[in-house]
Design a protein around this ligand. Structure first.
Ligand SMILES: [Zn+2]
Length: 100
């Protein structure tokens, strides 16, 4: 089954030339289930705060950036904020973003 989100993810992946929205590093196919750089669909505005599944709300981000933006946080950092952080720190470990 190909969901709408997956379709948008694919379009975003193409539009971003395969680079992560946040860290700008090349992503691998979403089919590589355990790869930290695999392409995931990132909701700029999280669904839990009313974000939609529309293309305008979805970008392609690597699993690492996507996962850490949302992991254990009540409020995910703003996309622009997170992007800066990801590019400035070049993939921090889980621990180093734990204080966010
Ligand atoms: Zn990334």
């Amino acid at each position: 089954m190909r969901s709408r989100v997956a379709k948008h993810r694919h379009s975003a992946f193409q539009a971003q030339k395969g680079l992560c929205f946040y860290c700008n590093q090349p992503m691998v196919s979403a089919k590589k289930k355990h790869h930290p750089n695999r392409c995931t669909a990132e909701h700029l505005r999280a669904k839990c705060v009313g974000g939609s599944d529309r293309a305008s709300n979805i970008v392609a981000a690597c699993w690492h950036c996507n996962h850490h933006r949302h992991a254990g946080k009540q409020h995910a950092p703003e996309p622009s904020e997170w992007k800066e952080l990801m590019q400035a720190t070049n993939k921090p470990s889980i621990d180093s973003v734990g204080t966010f």
